[in-house]
Ligand binder design. Structure first.
Ligand code: NAP
Length: 314
């Protein structure tokens, strides 16, 4: 009989079935079983599960879990839903996801660098006006967070001629990128940034990190790209600064409440580009391959992949 691997999914039926298909295709020697179809005995004998937006009550029934493999890169919701859990949480770290994010960072940096929001406004007013173009090396792009996604994005920006700086919790060395760390480092980095790209995880420390005092450090031609989590930036104050021309533009892909409610004033702000959380979607094919590889290694060699440090929150 094949060994069972539970899949605990809170996704809609169509998405869940697609995940199942991809997983089963990668793990023919194991049987991937939806949580709802597990017997009581199977629930108790499971030491690992694959999860996608799981219901915490379902996870609580898998009493002998040693670890769970999530399909998403961000884990703040899992940590909130599963506090003090005895098992390890492994997030998705997929080089393909980092490539996709780096492409999005480059694309939306170019959107700002090439003044596209301004030309869109001009078209609406049938205004024919050319603006002087800044060279990429004259634009300082500051990447906040230099992990899997941030480092790849910083390198991609550098390859495309931008002047790039980065900020993380610990000191980093990335060729051609000026790096900062710690609170003083952030203050210094923000003062000279033209475009700030946020790729930090949402933790107790990063919640509302870019508050009034930090946003006020930016010069009035600076722009922001947030591809991480909405709660890291004070959007209300950001909107005010954009209205007052104290900042240039913001590209926001992530929000406290998603989908962004139609009542939100962010939709109406002509200096904000609203995106529906699309900067780096998990790819089912590559993510299933990584989850399967991790689980096979665990069954064959007893190795649990690098897991979340619950104290740090990422
Ligand atoms: P990661 O590999 O864990 O990297 C996180 C980076 O943030 C690290 O460089 C870390 O510094 C830094 N950091 C964490 N807390 C900090 C603090 N208090 N002060 C300064 N730096 C801090 O994470 P990742 O894979 O790059 O992903 C980042 C986030 O992107 C995820 O958590 C998720 O929320 C978001 N995301 C968004 C999308 C989307 O479609 N919009 C898709 C995927 C992921 P150290 O290196 O010094 O530890």
């Amino acid at each position: 009989m094949k060994k069972i691997v539970p899949f605990v999914s809170g996704c809609d039926e169509e998405t869940t079935n697609l995940w199942l298909e991809h997983l089963q295709g990668q793990m023919s020697e194991y049987e991937i079983v939806l949580f709802e179809k597990l017997s009581e005995e199977q629930k108790l004998s499971s030491t690992v599960a694959i999860v996608a937006n799981p219901n915490p009550k379902d996870i609580a029934q898998l009493k002998n879990l040693k670890w769970i493999q999530s399909f998403w890169a961000g884990v703040e919701k899992l940590l909130q839903d599963l506090p003090n859990s005895s098992f390890k949480i492994v997030r998705m770290t997929d080089p393909q996801l980092a490539n996709t994010m780096a492409e999005s960072v480059l694309a939306w940096t170019l959107y700002l660098h090439k003044n596209m929001p301004l030309y869109l406004k001009q078209q609406k007013q049938k205004q024919w006006k050319q603006h002087i173009e800044t060279l990429p090396e004259e634009r300082n792009i500051l990447v906040l967070g230099l992990g899997n996604l941030g480092e790849k994005s910083a390198k991609k920006l550098k390859e495309n001629g931008f002047s790039v700086s980065g900020w993380a919790r610990s000191k980093k060395e990335i060729k051609g990128v000026e790096t900062f760390y710690g609170n003083d480092g952030l203050t210094q980095a923000l003062k000279s940034a033209d475009i700030v790209v946020c790729l930090l995880p949402l933790t107790d420390e990063t919640k509302n990190l870019l508050d009034k005092s930090k946003l006020d450090l930016l010069h009035n031609k600076a722009s922001i790209i947030n591809f991480a989590r909405g709660a890291i930036i004070d959007y209300e104050y950001l909107s005010k600064k954009l209205d007052n021309k104290e900042l240039c533009h913001a590209v926001l892909d992530v929000f406290d409440i998603e989908p962004l409610p139609s009542s939100s004033s962010l939709w109406e702000n002509e200096n904000i580009t609203v995106l529906p959380h699309i900067s780096a979607p998990t790819n089912m094919k590559t993510a299933s391959r990584i989850a399967s590889k991790n689980i096979l290694e665990y069954f064959e060699k007893g190795i649990i992949p690098p897991f979340i440090d619950t104290k740090k929150g990422y």
